[in-house]
Write a protein that binds this ligand. Structure first.
Ligand code: PHE
Ligand code: NA
Length: 503
């Protein structure tokens, strides 16, 4: 472990952390979430969630990584016996996500090329489901691989695994140092153009107009916390892994603030861009903005192509910039999520980085083929929903409980962070993690369970959701426990090395 890789520069680490945080969630999830949960008024719960949960958790995960200099499973094992499974569970969740995330990047790659001639025509929905995805009739049908998706998917894997093979500094850091600035520039160009389109003002008005009547609605607060967790890549083991490559002398708390605010800045920027564009489209079609608001796959691959169609000039270029932004934002997040289990496998089985990338990435690449079949979109939709609601959220809850309540580690972490950082964290930080975050996450879990036990997500058939939702989410826990077996004997020595580290 002496020759653990290290980031070359502080900026390199921050860019990598921001690269992980800034993903599809910023571009296609935040704008509609804010709009539906009070518009301008949403910024209050959102900021509250960022300050009471997002940044405190980032500080915690950055400190854990820095202090124990290990992947997530070994970090938890070092904290106390019997917690290793939690790390493996997070890695299993990350593995699942890394199987479908590249498929979306593959779609974006195809669409970046389609942009130049607007191959999607005027019926963008028909094109997406029919011509491009060749979507099967019934959820659960596989129906063979779709070459139009498979080819870009292979390319995405070649690039991603290539970066991971190259290592932390020469691969991950180098790529983020280029991709993130380029992403910000590309995206800013689109936002500026969108702002100057006819109708942009109405779009922005819809986005920013505060609906204070929603502020007392519990759902709005849950949405704010949900967005913050997902958006900051917390409880995926990512930030623990990335901060385990920090040099000994590194500021922790300041880095967490920069990462947190950097990610949110990009979300607000995306909100402005997306709603300007939606306002433009509404004006073109002579309908209210409310009628064209959408998110996720629909926003990116159905609505945006329509917007590109109606652009006054340089349609191809702006389409390319938009889908190019999705590709860059997606790739940097994908790389971070794969790195979590690459590091985990490498440590657990004592193999080289190259082997760990080949085995872990190779398995994910094979599994990703499922989502390149004609039934791919259905599988993706269900797996994505369940692994986030019953994977990430639950793992996040158990993580804070394990650290704050069971291991009683918060004071040690606080001291470790304060010794290194300019900004000092105090009692409020411990209250955020031991009280506020568990209450919100606990309520979120309860609410999610109730919703999903009384109704079928997406109106899919029960059997389909059982196979491609519940089983996957619960399977991740099982895999986590399975992988943690077999370290028992070493734990004694781990506990003693732990004492050395904390000195
Ligand atoms: N933080 C990413 C986003 O906002 C989500 C993500 C998390 C993606 C972890 C990959 C891995 O889109
Ligand atoms: Na994000």
């Amino acid at each position: 472990m002496e020759n653990r890789p290290q980031w070359g520069t502080r900026a390199g680490f921050i860019l990598a952390a921001v690269g992980s945080a800034v993903g599809l969630g910023n571009i296609w999830r935040f704008p509609a979430t804010a709009y539906e949960n009070g518009g301008g008024a949403f910024f209050l719960p959102y900021l509250f969630a960022l300050l009471t949960a997002g940044i405190p958790l980032l500080v915690m995960e950055f400190t854990l990584g820095h202090k124990y200099r290990s992947s997530a499973p070994l970090t938890f094992a070092k904290i106390s016996k019997g917690k290793e499974w939690l790390g493996w569970w997070q890695l299993a969740i990350s593995f699942v996500i890394s199987c479908y995330y590249p498929v979306i990047i593959a779609w974006a790659s195809s669409y970046s090329i389609f942009s130049f001639n607007q191959n999607w025509g005027s019926d963008t929905e028909g094109f997406l489901f029919g011509e491009y995805l060749k979507l099967a009739e019934t959820p659960g049908d596989f129906g063979g691989l779709v070459p139009g998706v498979l080819i870009p998917l292979i390319l995405v894997w070649v690039v991603t695994l290539g970066v991971l093979f190259a290592g932390v500094k020469r691969g991950i850091e180098a790529v983020n140092k280029v991709f993130i600035p380029v992403l910000v520039i590309m995206f800013t160009i689109i936002v500026i153009r969108a702002l100057t389109l006819d109708g942009a003002a109405q779009g922005l008005e819809a986005f920013f107009k505060p609906d204070w009547s929603k502020i007392l609605d519990g759902k709005v607060w849950v949405a704010a916390y949900g967005q913050i967790f997902f958006s900051l890549s917390i409880a995926f083991a990512i930030m623990i892994t990335y901060s385990s490559y920090l040099p000994k002398k590194s500021d922790i708390t300041n880095n967490a603030f920069i990462t947190g605010f950097g990610n949110s800045a990009f979300e607000v920027l995306a909100g402005i861009g997306v709603f300007s564009a939606l306002g433009f489209m509404a004006a073109q079609q002579g309908v209210p903005v409310a009628e064209v608001v959408s998110s996720g796959v629909g926003l990116a691959f159905v609505v945006f192509p329509q917007i590109i169609n109606e652009f006054p000039a340089f349609n191809g270029l702006f389409g390319f910039l938009f889908f190019g932004s999705l590709i860059l934002a997606g790739l940097t997040s994908l790389i971070s999520i794969i790195e979590t289990y690459v590091a985990g496998i490498q440590e657990k089985f004592n193999i080289s980085r190259t082997k760990a990338v080949a085995i872990g990435g190779g398995l994910a690449a094979i599994a990703s083929l499922l989502f390149a079949t004609r039934g791919g979109l259905y599988f993706l939709d269900s797996v994505d929903y369940f692994i986030n609601t019953f994977g990430v959220t639950l793992a996040g809850l158990i993580e804070v409980l394990a650290i704050a309540w069971f291991a009683k580690e918060l004071k040690n972490i606080q001291k470790h962070a304060n010794d290194l950082s300019d900004i000092q964290i105090g009692t409020w930080w411990r209250i955020c993690l031991s009280v506020i975050t568990p209450i919100v996450l606990g309520y979120m879990m309860f609410d999610n369970l109730r919703t999903n036990l009384t109704s079928e997500y997406g109106e899919y058939p029960r059997e389909f959701l059982f196979n491609w939702g519940w089983t996957v989410a619960l399977g991740a826990i099982f895999v986590g426990v399975l992988f943690s077996i077999g370290r028992k004997k070493k734990e004694e020595s781990l506990a003693s090395s732990n004492k050395e580290v904390s000195r």
